[in-house]
Design a protein around this ligand. Sequence first.
Ligand code: CMC
Length: 379
Amino acid sequence: MQESIHRGLVGVVADVTEISFIDGEKGELSYRGYDISELTEASYEEVVYLLWNGELPTARQLIDFREEIAPLGALPFEIVDRLRCARPTTEPMHLLRTAVSNLACHDPNPDDVDIENVRRIGHRLLVQFPTIVATMERLRHGKLPVDPDPELSIAGNFLYTLTGEYPTEAATHVMDVALVLHAEHGSNASTFTARTAASSLTDAYSAVTAGVGSLKGPLHGGANEAVMRALEEIGDVENVEPYIMDRLEQPHGRVMGFGHRVYRVLDPRAAILAKVAEKLAKESGESHFWEMSVEMVRVMDREMEKRGREVKPNVDFYSASVYRMLGFPIDMYTPIFAVARISGWMAHLFEQYADNRLVRPLLAYEGPKGKKFAPIASR
Ligand code: CMC
C-alpha cells in the first residue's frame, strides 16, 4: 500500500484542542476564544490562568493564583550549584534544558501523570523557568543569584532577578506583553514535541525538557537570536539590500525572522511587537535596529512578491529588537521565549494527559530490501 506522505506533517491535523486557534489566512490568533490583541491588556498571570483553566480569572481567583505560585520560584540549591559549575561559555539553552531535566530529581513525585500532579508541576515550572534563566545569566557574570520577590508579578520578577533592581512599570508592561504573545501557539514544533513525548505517558519533566530542546532550533525559537545576529552583521541600513539579495541567491536561502508554516499574511504577534519595538526605539533614541528592520521588511516584501511567495515577518523578527532594547544579551532571547512558552506547553500537557493517545506516525520505507546477511569474517 502506498501511504500518502506529508513531509514536515504539513496540513496534518493530529488531534483536537481547545487551547488556541490560528487563522493563517486572516492572520488571527486567539487563546480560548479571546483575540490576542485584547489579551495584551492582561497580565501574563491572567493569560496563564486562562490557558490552564479555560476562562479569565476573577480578581479573587487571580489573587489566589498569584499567592499559590509566588513561593515556588526559588530553585533547589543543587540546581543553582550546577548552573554555577557550568563553563561560562555554555549556551544558555543547554543550561536551561539541563536544569529543567534536573528539577525532576528534586521533585518527590515527578512521574505521576495524574492531572492534579501535572498541574502541581506546571505551577512550579511556571515560576522556576524565569528564575533559572535569570540565575544562569547572573552566575556567568560572577554575580550572586537574586531570590524572587513574592510581591512582584512573573514579568516583574524576571526583570528583578535578572538585574537585581526593581523594574519600572513600563519595562514590566513590555515584558508582560512579550510573555503573553509568546505563551501559546497551537501545534508548533516544541509544543508538538512535548505532546508527543507525553503521549508515551512519560513524566511532565521529560516532556517539557523535550520541548525546550525543540524550541532551541533556529527555525523555531532560536530564530530570535539569529535575527539579532543578522542585524548586527548587516550593521547599517544601506547594507540591508545586499545582505538579503545574497541570502536569496543561495539555494533555499533563508532570511531569519521571516516566513511561517501557518500564516500566509502578517503574524498578528509580529504586528503587535512591531509597534512595541518602534515605540521603544523612539523613546530610547536608539532607532538603528528599527530602521534596519523596516528596510528588511521593505526588501523582503518586494522580493517575495516577485517570487510569488507569501513570506512576512514573524514574531521572532520583532521580539529580537524588543529584547535588545530591554537590554538582554542575545543568547538569552530563546531562553526568554521558553519562559513564556512553558505556559503553553503545560496547557497542552494537561490536555494530552487528560485524553491520551500514543503519537506514532509512519515513515515510508525507501531503503533496500531482501539483502542476505553475511558473517563479519566474510564481509
Ligand atoms: N527567507 C526566504 N525565503 C523564505 C523564508 C525565509 N525566511 N521562509 C520561506 N521562504 C520562501 C522560500 O521561497 C521557500 O521555498 P524554498 O524552500 O524553495 O526556498 C518557500 O517560502 C516555502 O518555505 P518553507 O521553508 O517550505 O516553509 P515551511 O513552512 O517549511 O517553513 C519556516 C517555515 C518558519 C521554517 C521558514 O519560513 C523559515 O525557515 N523561516 C526562517 C526561520 C524563522 O524565522 N523561524 C521562526 C518561525 S515563527 C516563530 C517560531 O515558531 O518560533
